[in-house]
Structures are given as structure tokens and as C-alpha cells.
Design a protein around this ligand. Sequence first.
Ligand code: GLC
Length: 498
Amino acid sequence: MRSAEQPDPDERASPAGPASEWWRNGVVYQIYPRSFQDSDGDGVGDLPGITSRLDHLAWLGVDALWLSPIYPSPLADSGYDVADYTAVDPAYGTLADFDHLLAAAHARGIRVLLDLVAAHTSIEHPWFREHPDWYVWADDGPPNNWRATFGGPAWSLDRESGRWYLHSFYPEQPDLDWRNPEVREAIAGVVGFWRGRGVDGFRVDAVERMVKDSRLRDDPPAVEPFPFPLHPEHAELRHAHSRNDPEIGLALAALRDAAGDAVLVGEVYLPNDELGPYLEHLDVAFTFDFLHSPWEAGPLTRAISSAAVLERVAWVLSNHDFGRIASRVPAGAARAAALLLLTLPGAAFIYQGDEIGMVDGPGAGTPSDRFGRDAYRHPMQWEPQPDAGFSSGRPWLEPVDPARVSVAAQCEDPASMLALYRRLIALRRELGAGSRLLAADPGLIAFERGEHVVAVNLADEPLPPPASGEPVVATAPIGGDGAIPPQAGVVLRGDRGG
Ligand code: GLC
């Protein structure tokens, strides 16, 4: 049954393209399955739990949800080490539970994206033993100086064969060799399997690692810092050969063929000006310049303009790897960040819990969290009680502060963060296609979307708006003189638009 407020997916044509290109202006909600909703009291979120909470997403008005990995995994990297691509981890449920979730999401006009972790498998994936030539090997010790993302060498000894295998991430995540056509075929089969079940697209993990230098040449020392955060050992080298190979098209063309018109969203951990070759095959790519920009008008405006020219970026300010908006931006700026995220032209991704202003927690140092990211993965806070309405059992990770922040406390409050997200998502559909950055005070980010003007003040003092118009959404009360308070944002409807 479709809820009265949710139109049929195909009626949701974005102003920038046909309905089949819903993602051009779509809002995607990232679900971290372990931490969204537990339905059976084992303290771990699961698929039936997600299904039971879909009305929250429908109420919010998002176009799609993206599930971080749901596949069987030994959890060396919280599910980003996949041991079987065509099954559901029993902790999360069954394939039947997945089908049910998919049907329930579709009935609400919400599309479903899966996480395609295809640069590497788990070392426990049967392929590693059954098809060793699907991986990258060296016989006589590490053939180069490549380093792994989370520190240490990118090569480990496989005691069983006496050979060394490549792993861009943890040793438990051997890299697939995408130069091998059988690998391309195998992953195409995975894509086909899920498309056959009705999945609408994929967030593709670690795309710039899929193809490496065919000669496995050494990475030279870094002469300048990489623009985004990296593990200090990893940052010592310039990753000229271990990633971002010019032949990436080999892998991506195969994925594109298999995916057909299902959307492919790339996690490409590279600056905006290097995303071009990836966008030849992917529909959209996250912009990490935006996510990692200092919270200042100048750098943010530069990140926005270099991303906007690509026209197919996914705006994102937080996820399971980099921490929550409310903990990453200065105190009081989370509302302005939401306004910016949701008014830029293109796809926008919301990480579960940001819509209520959840903050990072302490994490718990679980064995699967060797890089300190559990801090961003605490359970969703539905209710104010200590278990946050997340689980009737003992949550795998304690909720952070449900008494202060919860869906239940915010859903009836028109001044809440949650109400702001909902309003902004609805407003997006009224904003014109494209955008134009406006010359404004150096403390302001300002751009035009059709007859609307968006302005965010990142200065320490109130600033006059860059244009006249009626405020349709403001993250803080606008002064009588129209000045925008510090760390606040406003959407104005231009006078000429009426
Ligand atoms: C991506 C995921 C991250 C994971 C890594 C290796 O960056 O977002 O969580 O650790 O890939 O799969």
C-alpha cells in the first residue's frame, strides 16, 4: 500500500531529467543495518527491523535508501569483507526478509540500493581458495612498497600457498584482480542476482582501488599531503600506482553493462577534478572535497563549484566512515549544514541519525573496529528510553544519548532538526534545476536555484542576505533587518518569483 504522501516512484521526475534518472536530484538515506533497528532482541539491527521503520523514511520523504553491507561476513571490517555476495548474513535475516523489505520500500515509493564491495572480498570467501587467480599475487615476497589503507604493508603472506597477496585494506580483505575477465563476469553475476530481485542500484565501494598498475610499480614518496584524511603510514606515499589506474574503465564498463539502468553511485576517494573518468561509467560519485572541506565559506564554495561542474555528484557530509554532521561542524552549525546539503543541485545522501542531530559516541573498541569508526555507528535513537527503542536486548553498541535526542521527541516539534530535514526534502522538489553561485560577502555561501536563493552564513557575525526575497526556510530566526545569524542558513524565494 502506498502512503498518501508518497507518489509513485516513476512520477517523481526530477527537474533535471526523466524519472528513470530520479537520482539526479534524489535524496538517499544511508542505513547502517547493524545499528538501525533490532527486531529479535539479539542487540543487532536486522532487515525485519528496517522494514518496521520504513514509515519513518516515507514520512521524511526520501527517494531511496542505501543499505551498508548485509552479506555474510566474518566482520573483519564491519561487513565490508564479504564472504558471500548473494546471501544475507543470518544476523540480519534471510533472503526472504530482504525481498519483503524491498517490496515494502517500493510500496512506499522508496528505492533500494545495496553496497557493492567489489574491490576485494573477505579472505573467507570461497573464491580465495577456489579461484586464487582472481586475486593479485606475488611469489617471492612483496613486489612493491604499497601500503594498506589502515596502515602496514599492502601485501601479506598466505601461509597455505607460501605466496603473497595484495590487500588495499585489512589483510582479511584480499583485492580482486579486475584485469581478470572471470572476476568481471563473477561480479556481473552478483549484480544480476540482485537486480533480478528488484534492487534499484548500488553504492560501489572503494572504486579507485579496483584497478591498479599492471606492472605493480612502487608508489613514490608523497611530496604534498593528500587532500583528504589518510592513515599516517598510508599518507607517506603518493598513490600513483596502487590506485586510480587509467584503465579503471575495464572494471567500470563491466559493472555498467551488468547494472543496466540501475543507478551506480561511486565511492571514489579522490578530489573532484579526478572524478571525470569514473563518471564515464558511473551515474554519480560522492564528492569528498565537500565532505572534508573546512567549515568555512571560501573552501566550501570552492568544493561546491568544482563538484557542481561535474553535474553528477552526490553531496554528502557524513557516513559510517567519517563521523556525524553534528560532531564535525562547529557547535550550532548542524542545522545550517543540513540546509546546505539538501539545497545543492544533485543527489544528496543523509546518514541515519543525522536527521535528528545525533552525535558521535565513544565507540566500544569491538574487534571489528580496528580503526575507531564505531564512534559513528551507535544505534539509531528512536525513543528517549535507555535502549533508544533500538533493541529489547542488549545493544551491540550502547546508544549515545537518547534522552536528549530521539525521533519520538522530535517528530511532533516543528522547530526540531527532524522537522527541518523533512521541510528541506520537500522544498528540494520546488528548487529549479541547476544552480549559480552568487557573489556575496566572504563569510557567506550563496547560490541561486531558479527563483530561490540559498545563503549560509559561516562568519561570526550576522550578515545581510545576498538577495531580497521571502524566507521560506531558515535554520534560525532571521533578524528584522533580514540579516542571517552566524552559523545559520536561509532559503529565500526571490521577489520576482512571487
Ligand atoms: C569503504 C567503506 C569502508 C570500508 C572500506 C573497505 O571505504 O566505506 O567502511 O572500510 O571501503 O571496504
